[in-house]
Design a protein around this ligand. Structure first.
Ligand SMILES: [Zn+2]
Length: 269
């Protein structure tokens, strides 16, 4: 299903019907509802992009209040466009906002209630996962490299292997990000997808036009989740494209990198 817009305590968020039904606190943020100024206006959640730290902290305070989660127990990813999914515990609480992130990981997974996992995007996709039966949550950042590496499938693998989740219980939500309408690439992207997924990748890659291709990263990530055993009816997908809506969302391509970041957050309660 499509994500739904909610305004919680003044902060506009997109939420997943699947995850909402499961009772997990979560949300995908936009540019709106914060206090940052200039190129960071207004809800910048990126801590290392040159924005005033006090404003970033106030933005987090607002988002945490909206989701009713503990601001001292946020855990940030350390994104490097890889496929590492890190298991995090309460010992990691505060990494990112209060202290340094001491790992590289584009995905986070936990079974600790109260810990809020945070991943970032600005065209790149953010994906949230939850098994409400085993009470396990995960958050993933997937640009084209992470998509080619199958990071969403890595997260499911770890949920099953290390936490005892069953694939059919896993719910997923793919957030706003650059969509097939706008994600124009050179041949390296379709090539990487074909190498990783074979013929199954073909429906998500547009025809070549003067050396360029349009690629559907949301569809490819849903395919990875499907191949891992997550049921299609348990995957919500935002149709919103960050490059089509640069007033609402941070788009790396639109801003040429002069920007803040949106985030996807998830917390077991
Ligand atoms: Zn678009």
């Amino acid at each position: 299903m499509e994500l739904v817009q909610q305004v919680l305590k003044g902060v506009p968020l997109r939420v997943s019907p699947c995850l909402t039904k499961a009772g997990v606190a979560h949300g995908f943020t936009s540019r709106l509802g914060g206090v940052s100024e200039g190129i960071y206006a207004s809800l910048n959640l990126g801590g290392n992009r040159g924005d005033d730290p006090g404003r970033v902290r106030e933005n987090y305070r607002r988002v945490c209040e909206a989701l009713e989660v503990d601001m001292g127990k946020l855990v940030f990813s350390g994104q490097v466009h890889g496929d590492v999914v890190r298991r995090v515990t309460l010992a990691d609480g505060g990494k990112g906002l209060d202290r340094k992130v001491d790992y590289d990981a584009d995905g986070l997974v936990t079974d600790e209630p109260g810990l809020t996992l945070v991943v970032f995007g600005a065209d790149c996709l953010t994906i949230l996962l939850c098994d409400p039966e085993r009470k396990v949550a995960a958050a993933v950042h997937a640009g084209w490299r992470g998509t080619a590496l199958g990071i969403a499938a890595r997260a499911v693998e770890i949920m099953v292997r290390d936490y005892g989740c069953r694939e059919k219980d896993i719910l997923a939500a793919i957030g706003p990000g650059i969509s097939k309408c706008c994600f124009e690439t050179g041949p390296e992207v379709p090539l990487a997808m074909k190498e990783a997924l074979g013929e199954e990748a073909f429906p998500y890659i547009g025809p070549e036009r003067t050396g360029k291709y349009k690629v559907d990263l949301k569809g490819l990530n849903a395919l990875w989740l499907n191949r891992s055993g997550v049921e299609t009816t348990n995957i919500d997908i935002s149709s919103e494209c960050t490059l089509c809506a640069p007033e609402t969302y941070w788009s790396h391509r639109y801003t040429k990198g002069e920007r803040g970041s949106q985030a996807a957050l998830i917390c077991l309660k």
